[in-house]
Ligand binder design. Sequence first.
Ligand code: ATP
Length: 239
Amino acid sequence: DVAPERLQVEGLTVRYGGVVAVDGVSFILEPGQCLGIIGANGAGKTSTLRALMGLAPRACASMKLGEVDLMQVNARDVVRHGIGYVPEGRHVFGGLTVRDNLDLGAYSRKRNARRKATFDEVYELFPVLSDMSNRLAGTLSGGQQQMLAIGRAMMSEPSILVLDEPSMGLSPKLVGEVLASLNRLRERGLSLLLVEQNAWLTFEATERCLVLENGSVALEGPSADLRHDAGVRQLYLGL
Ligand code: ATP
């Protein structure tokens, strides 16, 4: 297993041509911590995650995982450094079985010795996936597909899991199930970086949170404090 390391991002900028999507964002994710990023549509949340994963054009003063300079690590290799990614929209392979989708998540592992054990762990985390392991992923409900997307990322045995809007398109009941699964991951000592439009879920799941506005960090602090902030309540909780 990859030992958990501190993730430190300083002054991250993402530009698409003339559009500055992320403008000098900094954050620290401590080992075992859960950090949330909330913000409106287009605030730069997805771009921040994609830049971290090496999937968006990026400039950064410093981006380090422990002693590793992530600016020197390309998208293909990020997972080998213990960072798992659950992209927005889940992107499971609908024509493949649940089991084969999970198997694909283990592609980065050089040795197969632990693959069976990892399968067992993912099935223990998400019993529904075990029940449905021979079903085509395309026949799963939205919530089940989200579990599968998370399970697939877990197959690489990450120490940090990066999640982009896991609650998207899910009913309130299923959002509750996503929260429960995130809590189970945290109990295992995983670090989580959670991007969400659902501020309620984010405050429930995280210790600390950033509020992104127009590509910059507008607010940052303990989630318990932010949820009581008058501006946050009005803008993000509709209260
Ligand atoms: P959403 O919740 O809709 O995913 P977001 O907070 O994740 O929003 P981003 O998707 O990161 O925001 O987008 C930030 C800004 O960058 C937006 O203005 C968006 O239009 C722009 N943008 C995102 N991707 C691209 C791209 N590939 N090319 C050009 N502009 C882009």
